[in-house]
Design a protein around this ligand. Structure first.
Ligand code: KG4
Ligand code: ZN
Length: 342
């Protein structure tokens, strides 16, 4: 079964064709990063307008790269939640219209479950396992019982981990998206140059939760000193590399502390990571060092948003006989994914 997967939840306009939930026949990601870079963050209005302009060309390219005509596709899958509403609606509406016009089945999928499926495009994993879903909008530690069944154990009580990387990078002028630049700087820095605070969350319902507002504030508070020293010539310790390395270490250690608590409490020893922050080299290094755990990561090109994970997850539902109604719509948030829900 060849599934066309469409992803437009944020600033990547993406489409892919995947066969039987495993074989990637094409994977096209048109990134809007250069258009949002000047604002140091995603501008929702620009994002949805660009998706509208690009979606048709991106899908056409995904089909031709896969050597398929539209009628060779057996089903269509698109991201419906969570994300930027205007952006989600573009891919979802396009996907529904495409499937309807060809009289093919359509399935709407969750973006975070799709991230979780990304490593499973190439690896076989038995359920249950622990999921670590880390992106620009979410930080989720969950128990995964099936491709469509997760129980959120911990989440962020304020900012998401990727958001913290992006905000710190924005303040220091490192570049956008922040995670990529911080990871790069950190490779040449000393992670012990600064001691940043870890949040104190370990009780009751917060046992597996994470928090980034304290760390973000502490790192940003260094900036005045950073700027003054910049004018006078920086002493070695106050380098962008050291700030990046010290921040990155603390940000990832916060995640790992909660994840390892979940490992201890549940006895689950397989961890599957997904989302943009799963590309982080320090996170990958730490988890690979845990020889008592089996840790799976998506390949680097499938950590960020892409259509292949959407097509792969879509196949699982379609294979079970599920279909979404034509009335299915988009949703910006998923209540269970956030501790604070406005
Ligand atoms: O999954 P994703 O592409 O989009 C969302 O669903 O949010 O994740 C984007 C996030 C951004 O916050 C970006 O800074 C972060 O992933 N990111 C990284 C790295 N590469 C991307 N964070 C840390 N280290 C990286 N190497
Ligand atoms: Zn994502």
């Amino acid at each position: 079964m060849k599934v066309l997967g469409i992803e437009s939840s944020c600033d990547e306009c993406a489409a892919a064709v995947v066969e039987d939930g495993k074989k990637i026949l094409s994977n096209v990601v048109a990134t809007q990063i250069p258009f949002h870079e000047i604002y140091n963050g995603v501008v929702p209005e620009i994002a949805s307008r660009m998706h509208t302009e690009w979606i048709s060309g991106v899908v056409k390219t995904a089909l031709s790269d896969a050597g398929c005509r539209p009628e060779d596709i057996d089903a269509v899958s698109a991201t419906a939640q969570p994300g930027l509403l205007g952006s989600l609606l573009v891919g979802l509406s396009f996907g529904k219209a495409f499937a309807y016009s060809l009289d093919k089945p359509f399935i709407a999928v969750d973006h975070m479950l799709a991230h979780l499926y990304a490593p499973m495009l190439s690896e076989q994993v038995d359920y249950p396992f622990l999921g670590l879903l880390v992106s620009g909008g979410h930080s989720i530690i969950c128990r995964v019982d099936d491709f469509d069944s997760i129980t959120v154990l911990g989440t962020t009580i304020d900012d998401a981990v990727g958001e913290a990387f992006d905000k710190v990078a924005k303040f220091y002028g490192f570049g956008y998206p922040g995670g990529v630049y911080i990871d790069r700087h950190a490779k040449r820095g000393d992670s012990n140059a600064f001691k940043f605070p870890m949040p104190n969350l370990y009780k009751g319902e917060h046992r597996y939760d994470v928090s980034y507002s304290g760390l973000k504030t502490a790192v940003i508070n260094q900036i005045e000193q950073f700027r003054q020293l910049d004018e006078q010539g920086q002493p070695a310790a106050m380098s962008p590399e050291n700030i990046a390395a010290s921040f990155q270490k603390t940000a990832i250690d916060i995640l790992l502390r909660s994840l390892y608590r979940a490992v201890e409490d549940t006895g689950l020893t397989t961890v599957v990571a997904g989302g943009g922050v799963a590309a982080n080299s320090y996170l990958r290094h730490c988890l690979v060092e845990r020889h008592d755990l089996r840790c799976l990561f998506p390949p680097l090109d499938l950590c960020g948003d892409n259509g292949a994970m959407v097509a792969g997850l879509g196949y699982k539902y379609l294979d079970r006989g599920d279909r979404s109604p034509w009335t299915v719509t988009a949703s910006a948030r998923v209540k269970a994914f956030k501790r604070r829900y406005p």
